[in-house]
Design a binder for this molecule. Structure first.
Ligand SMILES: C[S@@+](CC[C@H](N)C(=O)[O-])C[C@H]1O[C@@H](n2cnc3c(N)ncnc32)[C@H](O)[C@@H]1O
Length: 293
């Protein structure tokens, strides 16, 4: 039944100021994303239908979403979806919400592979800590011949990653494996051309300072990199050469302020030939690329 007192525009205005009062991040965007989700439309539909009255059942579904968002839950967990590399992915509180800056890792891997004719055939890629499968799925979409292994410690994350891969018709091209970092890699002498990873890299002090939206809702094991944030990164830097083929590349996302120490770890390790750092769109050091000798 339409409720004439609430149109799309009126509801968006009311919800935006309600979110503002409750210090919800991106109040107008959150209101639009949630309303589009409830109406099963995209956000453009809202702009083109400002005067459309809401149905009673739509209002009550929307009210539930607004309550959850006002309590700090990320919109992506409420709608169950996030785009990465322009691909819609399912997300849940079992996985980190893929971030736009992680697309830099995908770009860097693609550039490395495209600039290196010798590795285009029999290309093997390892995604460590795959979460929702974002990186593995983006790379599989871009490189139809690549064989990809994706590892995570979390069974629930792997279940979701498999569903995402299946949804994008890549189920047969990515091998999802449960394991603790490099110990999860199936034994094989072949090695990988690329090890790509967005590991947990937040220090315990930084974790306490994260916005409540992240701290209370995203999985801690996806973020917490130990006392100084470097526990997982250091292990990967040390162990990755053992899995890389000669001239293979390690592509590692890290936190702001970690590039100096991670570069030194790589420089001290004689198994790497060279490394360099890529900055994200905010100008922060974000990705380390290191090539094995
Ligand atoms: C920062 S999230 C990255 C998720 C995804 N790759 C992305 O970029 O959106 C880190 C992931 O590493 C996984 N992880 C943490 N410790 C791990 C370990 N010791 N072995 C394997 N995976 C681990 C977490 O479960 C989580 O999915």
């Amino acid at each position: 039944m339409p409720d004439e007192s609430w149109t799309i525009l009126k509801l968006l205005q009311w919800t935006t100021s309600y979110f503002e009062e409750r210090s919800v991040a991106e109040p107008r965007t959150s209101a639009e994303v949630l309303l589009a989700h409830v109406l099963r439309q995209d956000r453009l539909f809202l702009y083109l239908n400002y005067d459309r009255p809401m149905e009673t059942r739509e209002l009550s579904a929307f009210r539930e979403c607004v309550k959850r968002r006002a309590a700090g839950e990320p919109s992506q967990y409420i709608t169950g979806t996030q785009e990465f590399w322009s691909l819609p992915l399912q997300v849940s509180p079992d996985v980190l919400i893929p971030r736009p800056e992680t697309e830099l890792l995908v770009e860097a891997v693609l550039e490395f592979v495209r600039g290196n004719n010798a590795i285009r055939t029999n290309l093997r890629i390892l995604d460590l800590g795959t979460g929702s499968g974002a990186i593995a799925i983006a790379l599989a979409k871009e490189m139809s011949t690549a064989e990809i292994v994706a590892i995570d410690l979390s069974t629930a994350a792997l279940r979701l990653a498999r569903e995402n891969a299946h949804r994008h018709k890549l189920g047969g091209r990515i091998h999802f494996v449960r394991g603790d970092l490099l110990a999860g890699i199936p034994v094989c002498a072949e090695g990988f051309n690329v090890v790509v990873t967005n590991p947990p890299y937040v220090s315990q002090t930084e974790f306490q300072r994260l916005p409540r939206e992240i701290r209370n809702h995203e999985p801690r094991h996806a973020l917490d990199g130990g006392p100084d944030g470097l526990a997982v990164i250091s292990c990967i830097v040390k162990e990755a050469p053992g899995l890389l083929r000669p001239s293979g590349g390690l592509f590692l996302e890290m936190g702001a302020g970690q590039s100096g120490i991670v570069s030194k770890q790589v420089a001290r390790n004689k198994q790497y030939r060279y490394s360099y750092i890529l900055r994200d769109y905010s100008g922060l050091d974000r990705v380390l690329v290191a090539e094995k000798s």
